[in-house]
Design a protein around this ligand. Structure first.
Ligand SMILES: *[C@@H]1O[C@H](CO)[C@@H](O)[C@H](O)[C@H]1NC(C)=O
Length: 349
């Protein structure tokens, strides 16, 4: 459990501002890869992780003035290598003119002049920018929204949006592909092989309901009422125009809303955290009361029920209680205790 606590702090501290670009966490990436090696951090282009046995076992950050190049697996000079997570960061450092994707809006692209300035262009209605070919294409799928962006080149990984399919990552890109050699029609991300039995029907409620996919668009999510009610966000002390609005169905999903009435883009919190709409942030699940399924997006077998006098068994959804001698369930430490834990989820009834 110690490791789990540390992870919560690390994830929470890493915030999720930049992760809105793709919504993937390093755990999400490692889960799809049967191999061992370095990957990029989807929330920070200087960061890297190391996957082994489908888990992130190490992580770190490149030195000042460097960015991590996931395709080569090395730290490279920001003066010559684009930042995989931010056009603004790319343009502030890169020394030669280049077109890069605006990861916040695939209709737009950014042009860095090589001297620190950024300008935005527009692919027009229905168009999306493709960074690999530096050209506009027909949408709606955004070519950059691909886990290969953060993975080594020339590997096979599972498709996080379609379990049973694989993606062959080459230079940061790849398309979802089905195994075709009947009867081995299912890709198993754990073994890296196609097999005849479906590895995706394990009833894994921990990974949450999959009614949403990252980047999914909603026309209603950013309606004026919900947008106005959402918390104003500040970045570096300044209030920004966009807001995050809860998806009202999961504890960990939210929509990115550029403004009231804009299209909403669904995204999810880093694993282990959930979306607190009162703060407009992804935080520790114990620090607020989410009234939807609290088992979503956490790697926990049990999650407390409000008040902490009982807990949910995530695999079944059933409720159970601690023994009367230590009647409170502490979900952060995964223990029953006789003093009420000091988390909001325990104290708020
Ligand atoms: C994306 O950019 C286009 C072109 O500048 C703009 O019309 C559209 O409103 C933007 N969408 C969002 C969600 O910001």
């Amino acid at each position: 459990m110690g490791a789990f606590n540390v992870r919560i702090c690390v994830v929470a501290a890493c915030l999720f501002l930049a992760s809105q670009a793709t919504g993937y966490t390093m755990d999400d990436l490692c889960k799809q890869w049967s191999g061992t090696g370095y990957i990029g951090n989807p929330s920070n282009c200087r960061g890297w992780g190391y996957c082994k046995n489908q888990q992130t076992v190490k992580w770190g950050t490149c030195g000042d003035e460097l960015v991590f190049n996931a395709q080569t697996g090395s730290c490279e000079y920001a003066t010559t290598t684009p930042c995989s997570t931010s056009a603004v960061q790319t343009c502030s450092a890169i020394k030669s003119p280049i077109y890069v994707a605006n990861l916040l809006n695939c209709t737009e692209y950014a042009h860095c002049d090589g001297q620190g300035k950024i300008a935005y262009g527009d692919c027009g209605v229905g168009g999306v920018f493709s960074e690999s070919t530096t050209s506009c294409k027909w949408g709606p799928a955004c070519p950059q929204d691909n886990i290969c962006r953060f993975m080594p080149s020339n590997i096979f990984v599972g498709d996080p949006n379609k379990c049973g399919n694989y993606i062959n990552c080459i230079n940061g890109y790849g398309t979802s592909t089905a195994c075709t050699e009947s009867p081995s029609i299912y890709y198993n991300a754990a073994t890296g092989k196609c097999q005849s039995t479906n590895p995706c029907t394990g009833g894994n409620t921990n990974s949450g309901d999959s009614q949403f996919t990252v980047g999914q668009i909603s026309e209603e999510a950013c309606n004026t009422e919900d947008f106005d009610a959402a918390e104003a966000l500040t970045v570096d002390g300044e209030t920004v125009d966009y807001k995050y609005v809860s998806d009202s169905e999961t504890c960990y999903g939210y929509y990115y809303c550029a403004k009231a009435g804009a299209l909403g883009y669904w995204n999810q919190c880093p694993t282990g955290t959930q979306f607190n709409s009162k703060l407009g942030k992804c935080v520790s699940p114990a620090s607020f009361v989410c009234t939807h399924n609290r088992c979503g997006n956490v790697n926990s077998k049990f999650m407390a029920v409000e008040g902490c006098l009982s807990y949910t068994i995530c695999s079944s959804g059933a409720t159970a209680s601690c023994p009367s001698t230590s009647k409170y369930y502490d979900e952060v430490n995964n223990i029953c205790t006789n003093t009420i834990p000091k988390y909001t989820i325990c104290s708020s009834t």
